[in-house]
Every structure is written in structure tokens, then in C-alpha cells.
Design a protein around this ligand. Sequence first.
Ligand code: PHE
Length: 379
Amino acid sequence: MVPRGNPASLIGGCVSSECEGHVSTFIEQLEELRARTIAELNLASTTTELDEIERNVLGGKGQLTALLRQLGSLDASERPEAGRESNRIKQELAALVAEQQERLHASELDARIASEQIDVTLPGRTPQIGVVHPVFQMIEELSDIFALMGFQTVFGREVESGYYNFDQLNIPSDHPARDVWDTFLVESDGAEIVLRTHTSPMQARVMERTTPPVRVVVPGRTYRYEAQDASHEWMFHQLEGLAVDEHITLADLKGVLQELARQLFGPRRKIRFRCDFFPFVEPGVDFAVDCAICDGAGCRVCKHSGWLEMGGAGMVHRKVLEAVGYDADKYSGFAFGLGIERMVMMRYGVDDVRAFAGNDLRFLQQFAARAVGAGRVAA
Ligand code: PHE
């Protein structure tokens, strides 16, 4: 440690009055301070210690500075020698401090470099790059296919009112078909709020704010009360299609779906319509495409039927047109709804729908290469 306090009292017990006029005593004190400081400087092992020594000796309130103040009280004849000697020692000590400073600073830096050393030759960690989810890749692809046929992509809401999810689709409260879909439903201030069971509520929402011709597709999530298994999920994606204009017929619907099947599954695909019932279409059909994997001969993917079910469709019921104020004698239209997961499953031979929301990266990463250059979805 560096001694503090009155320098004169530390050096040979000499107080300034006793020292007055004795140059030899003054120089002795100087020498003693010099020797002690040099010893301390040599012992200092950190730059912090060094700074402290410098402050205690050379600083404004330091011991050497205090000693120099006594120069004035010496005899005039003795002053020059004492002054010269003081300056020499002051410079010597200052130089020593600087030298030590440099040395300690360098060794501290060395120690720090050694302790913070990193091995730059280690291989880096490759950041994981996500992929566009296969369902959204399919949405983009479908959106592009329908854009070529003049359909605009629009999005609806996942939390719907009972009014749009049911009533506007010719499914009144007492309709038996409602029971099948009456799930995830709550009542708020007398109004029904539901996680939409299909994308069809967007039919009325779009028509209400458009005059014909109407041509839209609506991709998005839908929710149902389902026991999960390899082909059922309580949340899945649909793509709704709606076209309304003068003179639209079932042949237009078939042509559009035929073209969709060709774009998705290749040029030789056939479309099959079978009668089905949905309250908001008349007539109603379910539609299937012949299996691209076995060319309709029957295989594991099409469960040996030769056909792959794509969804429901039909001519828009006149009650639905009238409910949005359209003239049902002048306008007609078709609508369809297809399951998007199902399209991906058919295309790539995925045999379990639960894989899509299962968060298994090994499944999802198989779709990495396909994301590149995929089409866009209108916002
Ligand atoms: N919304 C129907 C469903 O979810 C499908 C559908 C859409 C049927 C449009 C006919 C017309 O099953």
C-alpha cells in the first residue's frame, strides 16, 4: 500500500519548521521519497495501483508536491541545487510511472486476450430457416390458378356471426342441417358468435358489397367439432369459390373445376359430380377428380375407388341471392368449397391430416424446396 498523510512527518519525522534552511535534510527527504516510490512502483501489479501511487506522490496533493512547496523556505544559496534535484527526481519518477504504466497495460491486455480467446476455426451454427407451410404454399398456388380464370382472392374472418355462417346461407335456426355445424358457438347479447364452420359466409359478405359480375376465391381456416383421426381435424383450411353473373350454368362450374384439376394434377384428369345436399345450393354436388397416382385404376391413395374427393359445390340457391338483394331471375351463380389440406395430401401422398398442425419439423421441412418461386396471395 502507498503511505498517505503529511509527507514531512513521514520522512524522518521532520516537520517543516525543523527542516527550514537545511538543504541536506531536504535532499535527504527527496531521496528517501524517491527510493520508496521506486520500490512501490516496482511492486505495483495493476494499473489501478500505479494510478494510486502516482496520485499520492506526483498529484496536486501528493508527497513530492508538498515537499516542493518547502523550496521557498530554503536559503537562497541552497535553493538552486535543491530545485535542480527536485526537478530531476520529479522527472525521473514521472518517467518511471509512464514506463510501468505501459508495461502493466500491455500485460493486462495480454491477460484479457488470453481469457477471452475464441476459436475462430470452429464451424459456425447454421441458422434454421423456416419454410412456407405446405397449406399456405397450396393457397398461393390455388390463388394463382384462380387468378388466371379471373377470380380475385379475398379473406374473411374466422370469428363469424351466426347470421353469415348460417342464416344468410339458407340455414335458419330450426334447420336440421344446422345441428351438424352448430359448434364453437357462443351467444353474446342475444347474437350468435361462431368460429366459422366453413368459408361460405364470405359468399353473402362479398355479394352484399358487390354488384355482379362476382368472381372470388376465399382461402382460410375453418373450425368444426370433430373427433380427430387421419382424415379429420377440428381446424382445417378451405377455399371457397363464388361466381355470379347473368347466364351462369352448371357447365361453367364444371369447366372451372375441370381446369383446376388439370392445373393441380395434370392434363388428363377427369371431374366427377355426384348429387349432394347443401342448403345454400340447388342443385348441390360433391366433386371428385380421378386419381392421378393410379390414373383411376385404384390405389392406396384413392382407397381403391379411383376417385379423390375434393369438396362440395352447386348452383347458388336463389334464396341466398335474394337475401343479399340480387335479382335471382336475372343472375345465377355457382359456388364450391374445397379442403386445402386434402389437396396437399393428394398431391404429395400425405396420409395423415394431423401432420399439418403437428409441428414436426421433419414433416414441414420436406416442403422447403417447393416454397421457392411460389405465387403470391393478394392481401
Ligand atoms: N361449405 C360447404 C362445406 O363446408 C362446401 C360448399 C361450398 C358446398 C360451396 C357448396 C357450395 O362443406
